[in-house]
Design a protein around this ligand. Structure first.
Ligand code: ZN
Length: 311
């Protein structure tokens, strides 16, 4: 549930400074939170919904109609399990929205052959354990193909221009002084892909072990502490901080961002066992990876060395 400090779930993902960005989940009020950050509805490329619960998708009709009011024309893709398309279409239909200036393409992420791809990322879905079908999305960055090593070109004295173009095309060139330069001498491998796994609600984080192979960051719910989860019981099918931390540790993922805290957890450290810090302390005692606690509008950057930096 929302609190005065925290809204329900939504997460923006962007590759470096690209304008085009992705939204994972869209709880109620997401469009209001967007007004407070650098991402705009016009540059929103694709929405991924993890599951049909309201705190993850009630924001869709409002966000879509606001994009319409702003005159968006670019098609919008929504990757989501069954139910989301029906919900959005019904909401639009019964609120007198008969026409949008852009098309919406739905891709059913609960199908076994689901894969999303565009010029920036490849995304797969991984089934979790929750009261309804719930998924984690694994984003793999597409990197540039092999590229010229400029420093090496300058060291070898290859003049900029036509010769660089030939080398880029894989051809050997001859310099004015007679030296021959092969493409292998001046090409460098592409940078490694950064991989992020962003999970929906889930009470079995160990299901993600395979999806986390090679991943650099996991974003996962930690709704309660272990003690609180024991009291509440397993009926809501959420994870404690300990459960996520243990799975993260077992997978070897170097960075973990916890989110989706129960409304009982306050930002103030004075709240003791009901402070977000209690969740963090619990996670830290089971996991050696770098742990971030999500707060609304917080920003993290995963750099090329795969370090997670608070921006
Ligand atoms: Zn939820």
């Amino acid at each position: 549930m929302p609190t005065t400090d925290r809204n329900v779930t939504a997460l923006a993902l962007a590759i470096d400074d690209a304008k085009q960005w992705y939204l994972v989940d869209c709880g109620e009020g997401t469009q209001h939170q967007l007004l407070r950050c650098r991402y705009t509805l016009s540059n929103l490329k694709t929405i991924f919904i993890t599951h049909v619960h309201g705190d993850h998708m009630y924001g869709l009709p409002g966000l879509i109609t606001s994009a319409s009011m702003q005159g968006r024309q670019a098609p919008l893709t929504i990757c989501a399990p069954d139910g989301v398309q029906q919900f959005v279409e019904a909401a639009l239909h019964y609120s007198d929205v008969s026409h949008l200036p852009f098309s919406i393409e739905y891709i059913h992420s609960d199908q076994s052959d689901f894969q999303y791809q565009d010029n920036q990322v490849t995304v797969t879905a991984h089934e979790l354990s929750h009261r309804v079908p719930s998924f984690a999305y694994r984003f793999v960055e597409k990197t540039l193909s092999t590229q010229l090593n400029i420093d090496q070109l300058n060291t070898l004295g290859v003049p900029k221009g036509k010769l660089w173009g030939l080398l880029q095309k894989g051809q050997e060139v001859t310099l004015e002084d007679g030296r021959r330069i092969s493409p292998e001498q001046v090409m460098q491998p592409p940078p490694g892909s950064r991989i992020a796994v962003i999970a929906g609600d889930n009470d079995k984080p160990e299901l993600l072990i395979d999806a986390l192979q090679g991943a650099h960051v996991l974003v996962h719910e930690a709704t309660l502490t272990d003690a609180a989860l024991q009291k509440v019981g397993p009926v809501w099918m959420h994870s404690s901080a300990r459960m996520v931390a243990e799975a993260a540790e077992a997978s070897g993922v170097p960075n973990l961002i916890l989110t989706h805290f129960s409304g009982r957890y306050q930002l103030s450290p004075e709240a003791g066992p009901n402070s977000v810090l209690a969740l963090k302390a619990e996670a830290e005692s089971y996991c050696s990876c770098n742990i971030g606690m999500a707060t609304d509008l917080s920003v993290w950057e995963l750099d090329r060395a795969n370090r997670l930096i608070t921006a």
